[in-house]
Design a protein around this ligand. Structure first.
Ligand code: CA
Length: 755
């Protein structure tokens, strides 16, 4: 209210104030607006409203579109906003409960030829306004034209493919643009499981020889995990200053274009996987006074990465680093700094004419903290300080010493008695200084166990009734006995099913047993998250059907990533069909994590987890983390775990797979198991199979595709089971797998017959 009232009061007397209640009223007003006019949308929901807003304001008298009250005007359904002309100002709108029917939610152009210049969008919210199919692409914000400002906006929860905010340099009218992107709140962007999950991109490789001169300042990136690039700078002359990256997996990448400046940014990883810092490529890049703490990223996602280039690089590859200045940065309690990253037969041009000085460097964990992967003589090392951690032998000048740190009032760690690293006056922007003040920022964590505890009695249909009636976060506490479920239970909320406390001690008579009369027991839909604890699921009543699976995903789109947690679960007799699976993750579904702990599976014809639906080889997949500990798998016909991520794309960190302290007995030996494996990890980036026992089972098959796959198969016992098979599909060179301390007991006759 106050905001537009002030604007209005400061406007000259003849300015018009159009208060509109319908789309028709809006478009009538929009035709008439002139410099200084204000269009005010009445509070309430505006459904399927494709706003076009253009005119000719002036610097003193912009044309304004705003809300009756900030945060009380909702654009829902199929809505968007296209701005054209000059000195246009938009504020106070909320986009939610829908998606844009076009390529953008907010576009700084009305049409291909009518761009917006000198215009501003401020205090606008886009919350979960994602296209329904996760692989249908759009941008939430496309900035064209010149001298535009995008500030104090809240962009959170994009689940479909496509950059959250893209600065487009598609014509000369949009280059050398001097846009300002500041004080925005970039809220959680979940893992996409594909390329196209960048939060901010400026330019594309095609226009990367052009300068953009975009300023990105004082923004807050909160859990922006979409893919390996949080920010992808693909043009020249950009400035990234004073931004905070909080628990965001990925890096700020100077991917294409020269002459950019990265300074005063703060990265807090808090130990989360793949949290990275800044990646340097191209010419004349300056990286100074940046602070990185608690980052775990390695390789291209290191806290600091200086890459090797391609000699005479094509525009879409890697231009050699030349004249880079990297100074006065603080890298603290982080896992890795990498020089010459990506060095190979193609990327053979090391950095030249560059300098690295005044940095304070402190590693975490074991192993080499500072890695050098090629000739580093083109970087002049001035005075840097290395706290007790290990650097490559190539950096003889960089000697580790005992350095103590203390945390200053600005929340950052500084070395005691040494002047190096970031300046004392660096003040990271605070979360609540960004975004729209009147719009709540999302909390972290999931809703398991946050609702009511609901007792359920055994019997026929008791469980399905309670399941349907349950609310977000509820826990269904199943009393001992047998449960018959006659219809597939549709899960669109966070729900826990657990045995009542008295039954946790396994007395057979006290068990909770669920049987079901449909091909599936539970179908995961949008919003569904599932935890099962100490219950027994038996498939003996299920009918024979194509696609039998105890837990499956719906054929309808699932926008949100979901969680599946199993603890102390017993699953038996899934055998009516020749491929009766336990969990089957279908196309366009994505689990953040599937965990199985202390559980028992026996007599199952299909797979325990089938996550192999994305077969087009676009680098898409179905689960980020699959973790199995302390569990047993006996008489499983197909590959117990079948995970597929195909193609050559390198934009994702996952999938990750862990099997630990578990046993396989007679797994993968069914004649219907086309894979011939007890598990198939295809394109898994991090695979750990440790401290487990494999008896009379088919071999483990691991296929490495692109990227830097790491497979560790260690401290396992294999009995009458062929050794694991690790194949490299696109990589020549030494094996990228570590097989160590495994015990192989003499193969039985059955296995010999296979060899
Ligand atoms: Ca990308």
């Amino acid at each position: 209210m106050l905001f537009w009232a002030c604007l209005f009061m400061s406007a000259p007397a003849y300015a018009e104030d159009y208060f509109v209640r319908t789309q028709a009223e809006y478009f009538a007003a929009e035709k008439k607006v002139k410099a200084g006019d204000v269009i005010i949308l009445a509070n309430g929901e505006w459904r399927d409203f494709e706003i076009k807003f253009s005119g000719k304001g002036t610097s003193k008298k912009p044309i304004t579109l705003t809300s009756e009250e900030a945060g009380k005007v909702f654009l829902t359904g199929q809505s968007n906003l296209r701005i054209g002309g000059s000195y246009m100002l938009v504020s106070g709108l909320v986009f939610k409960d829908g998606f844009s029917p076009t390529n953008e939610v907010i576009s700084f152009r009305r049409s291909k030829t009518e761009l917006a210049n000198n215009s501003r969008v401020t205090q606008v919210v886009i919350d979960g306004f994602s296209k329904v199919d996760r692989f249908e692409s759009d941008y939430w914000v496309g900035i064209y034209g010149k001298n535009n400002r995008f500030d104090h906006n809240h962009l959170s929860g994009k689940t479909n493919k496509g950059v959250t905010l893209a600065v487009r340099l598609t014509s000369e009218d949009s280059q050398e643009n001097y846009h300002r992107i500041d004080h925005n709140y970039f809220g959680p962007r979940p893992v996409l499981g594909s390329n196209g999950g960048e939060t901010l991109r400026i330019g594309t490789s095609k226009y990367s020889a052009s300068n953009s001169y975009t300023l990105v300042e004082n923004n807050y990136f909160d859990r922006c995990d979409g893919e390996v690039e949080i920010i992808s700078s693909k043009s020249g002359g950009n400035i990234f200053r004073g931004n905070v990256f909080y628990e965001s997996s990925g890096t700020l990448t100077l991917r294409h274009g020269n002459d950019s400046l990265v300074e005063n940014n703060v990265f807090f990883g808090n130990g989360k996987d793949h949290t990275g810092g800044i990646r340097v490529i191209n010419e004349n890049q300056t990286v100074r006074n940046n602070y990185m703490e608690g980052l775990t990223g390695t390789g291209f996602a290191s806290a600091l990465t200086v890459m090797n280039g391609v000699p005479n690089s094509p525009i879409n590859r890697y231009v050699q680093v030349d004249n880079a200045v990297v100074e006065n940065n603080s890298v603290i309690n982080s896992k890795r700094v990498t020089f010459n990253a990506g060095a190979d037969s193609e990327r053979s041009a090391p950095p030249v004419n560059s300098s690295f000085s005044g940095n304070i460097l402190s590693g975490s964990g074991k192993g080499t903290f500072i890695k050098v992967q090629d000739d580093i003589s083109g970087i002049a090392f001035g005075q840097n300080y290395l706290a007790a951690s290990e650097a490559s032998n190539d950096l003889a000048a960089l000697k580790a010493s005992d350095i103590m740190f203390e945390r200053a009032d600005n929340g950052l760690l500084y070395p005691i008695g040494i002047t190096a690293g970031v300046s004392r006056d660096l003040k990271p922007v605070k979360r609540d200084q960004t975004g729209a003040r009147w719009y709540a920022k999302p909390v972290s964590g999931n809703n398991f166990g946050k609702g009511a505890m609901v007792d359920v009695a055994p019997g026929e249909d008791t469980l399905s009734s309670a399941f349907a009636a349950a609310k977000e976060g509820d826990t269904l506490v199943l009393q001992p006995g047998e449960y018959i479920v006659n219809k597939t239970m549709l899960l669109d909320k966070t729900l826990t099913l657990k045995a009542g406390a008295a039954q946790a001690d396994n007395a057979q008579a006290q068990k909770v047993v669920i049987k079901f009369g449909r091909p599936s027991l539970i179908e995961i839909r949008e919003g569904g998250n599932l935890a099962l604890q100490n219950i027994h699921i038996d498939g003996s009543l299920a009918p024979d059907s194509v696609g039998n699976a105890v837990i499956r995903t719906t054929i309808y789109p699932i926008q949100s990533n979901f969680l599946i947690q199993m603890q102390g679960v017993t699953v038996t007799n899934l055998e009516v069909n020749k491929a009766f699976h336990f969990i089957n993750l279908g196309k366009s579904s994505f689990a953040d994590r599937v965990s199985i702990n202390n559980s028992r599976f026996q007599n199952i014809s299909g797979s325990i987890i089938l996550a192999a639906a994305e077969t087009e080889d676009y680098g898409q997949y179905n689960a980020e983390y699959i973790e199995v500990t302390g569990s047993s798998f006996t008489d499983i016909g197909s590959a117990a775990f079948n995970i597929y991520r195909g193609g050559r794309d390198e934009s994702t960190f996952g999938p990750h797979f862990l099997l630990q302290q578990s046993s396989f007995t007679n797994v993968g030996k069914s004649g219907n198991n086309q894979s011939g494996a007890s598990m198939v990890l295809h394109g898994v980036q991090y695979g750990d199979i440790v401290e487990s026992a494999f008896t009379a089972s088919a071999p483990i098959i691991v296929r490495h595709t692109v990227g830097r796959p790491q497979t560790r198969i260690m401290r396992n016992a294999f009995s009458a089971t062929e050794a694991p098979i690790v194949e490299e599909l696109n990589f020549e060179g030494p094996s990228r797998s570590e097989l160590s301390n495994n015990a192989f007991v003499e193969a039985g006759p059955e296995v010999e017959a296979n060899q």
